[in-house]
Write a protein that binds this ligand. Sequence first.
Ligand SMILES: Nc1ncnc2c1ncn2[C@@H]1O[C@H](COP(=O)(O)OP(=O)(O)O)[C@@H](O)[C@H]1O
Ligand SMILES: [Mg+2]
Length: 370
Amino acid sequence: MKKHDVKGLDISLMRPFIEGLLKNMEGGVFTIDLDKRILSFNKAAEWITGYCLEDVLGQPCRDIFKSNICDDSCPFDKAIKKGVPINISEAIITSKEGYQIVTSRSTFGLKDVHGNLQGVAVIFRDKTEVTNLRQQLLQSEKLAVMGQLAAGVAHEINNPINGIVTYIHLLLKKLEQNDVDPETWKKNLRLVERETVRIGRLVKNLLNFSRKSTPDLRAVSLDRLIERTLPLLQDQFLLKHIKVTKQYDSDLPDILGDVNQLQQVVLNLILNAVQAVSEQGEIKISLYAEGTKGSECFVHLDIADNGVGIPEEAMNKIFDPFYTTKTGEQGGVGLGLSIVNQIMKAHHGRLKIKSEVNKGTTVSVRLPTV
Ligand SMILES: Nc1ncnc2c1ncn2[C@@H]1O[C@H](COP(=O)(O)OP(=O)(O)O)[C@@H](O)[C@H]1O
Ligand SMILES: [Mg+2]
């Protein structure tokens, strides 16, 4: 007879069950031994901290997290001493890139079958990420873009409608004149059909755009996605005589993402670069993986331009919805970066911008591998 444990789960499935659980959960989890060295580190812990598993294995946890709670009140000591779970509503840790991240965490002792404490497990969350709010914001931004698009859309729909009305008038006149030549009728009705289909397509695109956008995550090859996106921008490159250079690592691992949303990110960022450079500008697109071959944890995409740059004082405004410095012909709506930011968060990605006025801007995107 099979041995069962948690709610009837076959005990031989426990290991894959726990591994799957750890890999797919949204919360960061790590374990440490009694010397406070890191023993395990799940995917979400990588997303939150920016460290790969191989960076942290065997390292003292205080060296990695450089947290405010390490000094005065190490929760592991408490968990070890008291043997009860310790919840901390706010612990500030430092990411690999040096950012401070506010986390909430719970800590509990890990005992072996004899009841001896072997280590401590920590479950933690990035408190700055409030998923629901984030999705609402993304949605309202989309509606705002639709508002901006309304004038253009009205124009697009008006043209085929004018066509349809003209052909119908024509046919009515023919009826009055008893002209029932089937060929002319067929020709005109086909035109009516074509214009109606055009309106249908337009409406479908709009619906797609406004639809709620929880990402549909699957394995995506970023280099292929970029190669598919660049042709859409070819006109803009030619018009401004922009030199585009590419540097991709070979055999890049796939990342976990929604193809449409990621394409929106790439389009927005490259368009910003195009708009920032003058004639003969340069845009460099680089893709590289982080981590040892075969167990990479992130893929990085850098888009560097030699354009106007962003002044220091504007840096904290550029992600605000409707913030734009673009006027006249290239007039922006100021939603690009805020949408990019939301999409990145939904993908557990990070975005970093380095810029120097009159020298150029590099936008760096980091996305977790599958
Ligand atoms: N690559 C870049 N170089 C210079 N400025 C940039 C770049 N990317 C973004 N910006 C600045 O950030 C602002 C906001 O960008 P975005 O949200 O995409 O809106 P928009 O492009 O519609 O203005 C831009 O108006 C511009 O001032
Ligand atoms: Mg833009």
